[in-house]
Design a protein around this ligand. Structure first.
Ligand SMILES: C[S@@+](CC[C@H](N)C(=O)[O-])C[C@H]1O[C@@H](n2cnc3c(N)ncnc32)[C@H](O)[C@@H]1O
Length: 213
């Protein structure tokens, strides 16, 4: 928890009633132990996609498509989100859910390693990138992702506070000292870039956001 219980409860209570499909996806995530964005992070992703008028988005880590759905729903009808996932079962489930949600045409789901996939995308052609794969891959994925953004394009990175341990600078909850140090480096590397306007937000498990100048 990186905010108080009261704040966390209030955020959940004030969430607009999610539709049945999103609830089904959340149940699926809980049941199978699949990590998915918490509702406040999902809502933030939707706001960010809408704010930058996202038509072309790249995502690392589709899982079963929860974050993909938040973003796809906030995009223009002719928008496209390319999303990478390495787990075939999750990739298949995401395809089914997004088709059922009526945003299937906006979702180009790719069953492949994001490091390889990101390296093949056009540079300076994307409105938004969302990174949510393996945390140890964040430095490499961020380096590959930033050149993809157009000027004014936005990057968002999830779990950048790791339950608050990143702020306390200590291992715990399954996160090694190395993992914490890596996340601190990811945060400072984006926050200190002169070609980005960036902020670290205590939303969900921590979301690092940056806009390319
Ligand atoms: C935290 S989950 C993603 C959750 C999803 N963004 C959501 O909130 O609904 C991370 C996912 O990244 C996938 N993944 C891990 N390494 C990857 C890689 N190198 N390329 C693509 N996907 C990867 C995992 O299989 C896992 O499903």
């Amino acid at each position: 928890m990186i905010v108080t219980d009261a704040v966390s409860d209030y955020l959940l209570e004030s969430r607009p009633q999610p539709d049945a499909l999103l609830l089904e996806m959340e149940d699926h995530g809980r049941r199978d132990g699949i990590p998915i964005v918490v509702p406040s992070t999902g809502a933030l992703l939707g706001v960010l996609a809408a704010a930058c008028g996202a038509r072309r988005v790249v995502e690392v880590g589709t899982a079963i498509g929860v974050s993909t759905l938040y973003i796809a729903r906030a995009m223009a009808p002719d928008g496209l989100i390319v999303s990478f996932e390495v787990d075939p079962e999750r990739h298949r489930a995401a395809r089914t859910y997004l088709d059922r949600a009526g945003v299937g045409e906006r979702a180009d789901l790719r069953l492949r390693d994001a490091g390889e996939g990101l390296a093949e995308l056009d540079r300076e052609a994307w409105d938004m990138v969302f990174l949510d794969g393996i945390k140890g891959d964040y430095p490499a994925h961020l380096e590959l992702a930033l050149p993809l953004l157009r000027s004014g394009g936005l990057v968002a990175v999830d779990n950048t506070l790791l339950s608050g341990l990143v702020a306390e600078d200590r291992a715990g909850g399954g996160w090694s000292e190395e993992a914490i140090a890596t996340m601190r480096r990811v945060n400072s590397s984006l926050l200190e870039r002169s070609d980005m306007v960036a902020a670290l937000l205590p939303v969900g498990d921590g979301v690092l956001v940056g806009v390319r100048r």
